[in-house]
Design a protein. Structure first.
Length: 119
């Protein structure tokens, strides 16, 4: 038996995006020394708006749009990955994920309270 609410579906999409952001950041970090590598990123807020619109319309989640990050300073080998920037992005993704887990826990507790309300 599956118990899902609109809120749990929304939080699930939020967690998926936070996970995608962490994976993308890890890939950037792994390519720190790859000549010519360009840092990739995603616009979390825009992707979340799109995910919520898909959910409202009953569509399946669209693929995350990953783009090269503009405005970064490239080293002489053409690589523009900054470990400081990526560390900050990873910390942000971790905070988002922890927040999503806490929200999901609260949502399921609310559902459980509603199930057991008559007891």
């Amino acid at each position: 038996m599956e118990i899902a609410t609109r809120m749990s579906d929304e939080i699930g999409r939020y967690l998926d995006l936070a996970s995608d952001q962490a994976k993308l950041t890890a890939a950037n970090m792994a390519n720190l020394d790859t000549p010519g590598y360009r840092a990739l990123g995603l616009d979390f807020e825009a992707e979340m708006r799109g995910a919520l619109a898909d959910l409202t319309a009953g569509r399946s989640a669209h693929p995350v749009r990953v783009t090269e990050v503009d405005g970064l300073v490239a080293r002489p080998d053409g690589n523009d990955v900054s470990m400081d920037r990526e560390s900050l992005n990873l910390a942000e993704a971790q905070l988002r994920f922890k927040t999503g887990v806490a929200l999901l826990r609260q949502e399921y507790q609310r559902v459980m309270d509603a199930i057991h309300a008559d007891k």
